[in-house]
Design a protein around this ligand. Sequence first.
Ligand code: NAD
Length: 336
Amino acid sequence: MAAVLRGSRRLWRRCPGHVALSPVCRRSMASKTPVGFIGLGNMGNPMAKNLLKHGYPVIATDVFPESCKEIQELGAQILDSPAEVADKADRIVTMLPSSPNVIEVYTGTNGILKKVKSGTLLIDSSTIDPAVSKEMAAAADKTGALFMDAPVSGGVGAAASGKLTFMVGGPESEFTAAKELLTCMGANIVYCGAVGTGQAAKICNNMLLAIGMIGTSETMNLGMRLGLDPKLLSKILNMSSGRCWSSDTYNPVPGVMEGVPSANNYAGGFGTMLMAKDLGLAQNSATTTRTPVPMGALAHQLYRMMCCRGYANKDFSSVFQFLREEEEKQQSGGGQ
Ligand code: NAD
């Protein structure tokens, strides 16, 4: 880590408001030079579209060629590998499923770091292990490039409307340069601290989100079993101390709210498999920091069980349906 900081100080001086501009800041503020984008999935596709909408030429790649079609039709240049993107762009955003994909895209045979130019700004918005973000930052530093982690909160809808929240980790002196791009894709850009702290904020939020969703689901289920109307119960919760985002904005019970995944058979939204992954990251971090997270551990196990029982691609609020099904199995004699 100390080496990363030393290296960064050597290569980048300070941004506006300080003494001098870093190479990244100077380049990014000079013109709308092409931005590389790697990982055009559910989130990456609308994010890259927003860069195009803001007038940035986009040079993109994805292992799955079908994912590139839409953005190509909108004018993006599509290349075959992350290394080729790095050869052409001096700012690159990555939006990949998990830590192994990020390691492959940055340090693999055709990875970004094979061809990256000194002074390139690398922004990883995937949700991954903070330790991997630090490793990528150290590897990028050896090439003279700068890696920042900037995971997001807000789902596909927020990615499409450019309303994501970015939690950014890396040298504060480069935050302005990162923010210039991130404001094209998000409404809140929050500086968290050194590299890896963006991921830390993200996985803490998602651990609480999962715990809150499970709590809301089991509470609603109990109330219903006690004869309460679910709409009435959620109204009471939302004017009482049990209120939370899962109860008042994203209620997991079908029929309680419109326009949420529970109203659409749990389609769309934030997948159970991704939630299980984020809870796994929280568990790893809890182990390395020796932090007790009993509720987070239970939430992790529940979401893993759901993945094995056909819920992997349903929205994570389907934990309500999962609990109902478990209960129905018990009633039909499955468990006494
Ligand atoms: P996704 O699986 O839809 O998209 C990932 C894309 O990366 C895919 O198109 C895949 O082909 C591509 N990819 C994988 N390996 C690659 C490689 N080696 N080279 C090039 N491309 C590669 O995932 P997503 O839903 O867009 O999520 C991306 C990240 O954002 C995840 O880390 C997720 O946890 C996080 N996130 C997702 C949501 C959400 O609602 N979907 C919300 C917040 C954060």
